[in-house]
Write a protein that binds this ligand. Structure first.
Ligand code: GLU
Length: 459
């Protein structure tokens, strides 16, 4: 997966090297050397911090838990990115996720660099008290390298506002008298968090789909009908058609995206399938998403797994294996679970015409190429799932100003920001033969390269 991000960054740099409008003042040998420097800078993180957290457990045992903070690049501002609490997380993955944050922030004009953290645990196996200690130890071990103007962590898989509240409080105790509100984002509202932060990623994912398939297609009909671009043809196929949607993952991102789709009046969409770590639920007439969300809130986040549980909440659905969600005959597949979900061994079974990456890196390079060659539109992670970090930025700003926005203001600002990005990348995407991911990378890399050049980092 690391190589995927690196390869696309390299392809983007190769395209820029050939583009005579890009930094025309750089010519000949100096141009070549500068691009070699860019490859070196963008393909490696600035810092990898690693520690083993010594955590005494309630049963008397002491665990040494591996933990990381990777700081990829801070040319655009302080490092920024979540901390993942997951048993499968590893150093390479955190490095890749940190570089995706650099590209994501650059793409959406968020004035932050890219960072990411990881703690190798299965949070379900620890008591609340132990998790509190793990969160505090993480801050103690990395307290010198994080901070409101250095590196601002946030939630990621397995962590949420509870962990961010704990971590901010620990940061405050370690640095008495210093600004602390901006040290972590994704906090609870009462602790200085932003309204709308919890829903931001899922809402942004659905907004991206809706804006592309509804507003953009309608407004840019001319552009789309004139070109023989294969992706424009795919998009036009779905024009004015109610879309059937399946959603993989029913956590913070998937459940909110599903609810948005369910409530949306724009596209008359139907969410026909959802899944989690246990099951896929399917109903060709559409699922009752609010009832399912309500069920998960009472059941530790899990969807119903038996007919009796479905009956209890009056939801009609077929129950099948959790993987089945990926292979349904639907128009749109939203991937909001883990990375590497669609890969070379299962890609041929995927039938959706549009794939939206709510999770980070859920489609591998080989699968991406295979699907793109067939004209399937893949809306990449750095474009679709940036709602979280965008509202994190609003949270950080609100903490500085000690002025807080209403929920409506937050979503208005979020959608405006995402729309600006979409209006930049979509016309180009439908006009040239590159997949959307490559297009987004070119935008991000162009900005990063220009800034690194202007900051004198390429000599
Ligand atoms: N973990 C989220 C992401 O991958 C949000 C990061 C943040 O809010 O800083 O984009």
């Amino acid at each position: 997966m690391i190589s995927q991000t690196r390869d696309i960054v390299q392809k983007s740099l190769d395209a820029l090297l050939e583009d005579e409008h890009f930094l025309p003042e750089l010519q000949g040998e100096a141009r070549k050397q500068s691009f070699t420097s860019l490859t070196a800078i963008l393909s490696t993180p600035n810092h990898i911090h690693k520690s083993f957290l010594r955590v005494p457990l309630e049963n008397g045992r002491v665990d040494r838990i591996p933990a990381f903070r990777v700081q990829h690049n801070n040319a655009l501002g302080p490092y920024k990115g979540g901390i993942r609490f997951h048993e499968m997380v590893n150093e390479d993955e955190v490095v890749n996720l940190a570089s995706l944050m650099t590209l994501k922030n650059s793409l959406h004009d968020v004035p932050f660099g890219g960072g990411k953290g990881g703690i190798i645990i299965n949070p379900r196996e620890y008591t609340d008290k132990e998790l509190n200690l793990i969160a505090k130890k993480y801050v103690q071990y990395f307290s010198d390298v994080i901070g409101p103007d250095k590196d601002i962590p946030a939630p990621d898989m397995g962590s949420g506002e509870r962990e961010m509240d704990w971590m901010m409080a620990e940061y405050k105790s370690i640095h008495p008298g210093y600004p602390y509100r901006g040290s972590f984002t994704g906090k609870s509202v009462i602790n200085g968090g932003s309204l709308g932060r919890r829903e931001a990623t899922g809402k942004g994912v659905y907004f991206t789909l809706r804006y592309m398939m509804h507003d953009f297609i309608k407004n840019q009909k001319n552009l789309l009908t004139k070109t023989d671009n294969v992706f424009a043809k795919t998009a036009l196929n779905y024009e004015n058609k109610p879309l059937t949607i399946s959603v993989q993952g029913f956590g913070n991102v998937g459940s909110v995206a599903a609810l948005e789709a369910y409530q949306s009046t724009h596209l008359q969409n139907k969410v026909v399938a959802v899944s989690d770590r246990n099951v896929t639920l399917y109903n060709a007439d559409g699922l009752d998403i609010p009832a399912l969300v309500e069920f998960t809130m009472r059941n530790k986040g899990d969807l119903p797994v038996t007919d009796d549980q479905l009956k209890e909440i009056d939801v009609k659905a077929d129950i099948s294996d959790r993987e089945d969600v990926l292979y349904l005959d639907v128009d749109v597949l939203i991937l909001a679970a883990l990375e590497d979900q669609i890969h070379k061994d299962n890609v041929e079974k995927v039938k959706a015409g549009i794939i939206v990456e709510g999770a980070n890196a859920p489609v591998t390079t080989e699968a991406d190429e295979f699907l793109s060659d067939k004209g399937i539109i893949i809306v990449p992670d750095i474009l679709a799932n940036a709602g979280g970090v965008i509202v994190s930025y609003f949270e950080w700003l609100q903490g500085r100003e000690t002025q807080f926005y209403s929920e409506d203001e937050v979503f208005k600002l979020l959608f405006e920001k995402m729309q600006t990005t979409l209006d930049t990348v979509l016309p180009q995407f439908f006009g040239d033969p590159f997949p959307l991911r490559q297009n987004c990378y070119i935008h991000s890399v162009t900005k990063l390269s220009t800034i690194l050049y202007r900051q004198g980092k390429l000599y």
